[in-house]
Design a binder for this molecule. Structure first.
Ligand code: SAH
Length: 208
């Protein structure tokens, strides 16, 4: 029943909007989104919108999760850094595709809940840090992909620095309420280029 809802979500909301990477589509079919959604919102787990996950935070709309993942061009050889673990849903999607996932969250309760749930689902390629994502996670750098699910006003310097040559970062940047989703690329010689993908709305990235 829920698998059917998930398949419909993928066909209508994700393939229907032109996400094509087969690894992303199969991860979105496999990861049971409803397990990450608070009980009172369960019936909306496969809806075409973001949802509250507690602590004033939100889980992104399924399409945005799929799109941001596809943009990173991941496979099992890749190491990825996520900033803003939240409920851990995007983390699970990344862990289905990448080799190793490093995820940073500033609210300890969210990080602990995500760790517990993702461990219970058997993921053994996810590494958790409670802390401020503005500084990235230096000890495991560089990363082939960086995915940021909260919005800073400017691109944090440490994140660009922790991107591997040939790496890609997807990050919403701007004021609260409206941001541009940016794709940042670092080429083999270390030159950074930036492209605006679309307008988005994420919770702010908090610097404390
Ligand atoms: N990918 C998450 C999105 C959660 S919302 C999900 O699917 O559930 C964004 C998250 O970023 C929130 O959990 C928020 O606490 C976290 N966050 C905000 N500022 C941060 C910072 N400076 N460092 C790490 N996490 C941060």
């Amino acid at each position: 029943m829920r698998e059917e809802e998930r398949r419909r979500m993928v066909v209508e909301q994700i393939e229907g909007r032109d996400v094509k990477d087969p690894a992303v589509l199969s991860a979105m079919i496999k990861v049971e989104r409803h397990l990450f959604i608070p009980g009172d919102k369960l019936s909306e787990a496969y809806g075409d919108f973001p949802l509250p996950i507690g602590e004033g935070q939100t889980i992104s709309q399924p399409y945005i999760v799929a799109y941001m993942t596809e943009v990173l061009k991941l496979d099992r050889s890749k190491k990825v850094l996520e900033i803003g673990t939240g409920c851990g849903y995007q983390t699970a999607v990344l862990a289905e595709i990448a080799g190793e996932v490093y995820t940073v969250e500033r609210i300890p309760e969210l990080s602990e809940n995500a760790l517990r749930l993702l461990n219970s689902l058997g993921y053994d390629n996810i590494h958790y840090l409670t802390g401020n994502g503005f500084t990235g996670w230096q000890v495991h750098a560089p990363y082939d992909g960086i995915l940021v699910t909260c919005a800073p006003k400017f691109i944090p310097q440490a994140l660009t620095a922790q991107l591997a040559p040939g790496g890609r970062m997807v990050i919403p940047v701007g004021m609260s309420g409206y941001q541009e989703l940016l794709l940042i690329r670092k080429d083999k010689s270390g030159i950074i280029t930036e492209r605006v993908l679309c307008g988005v709305r994420f919770v702010p990235m908090i610097d404390d």
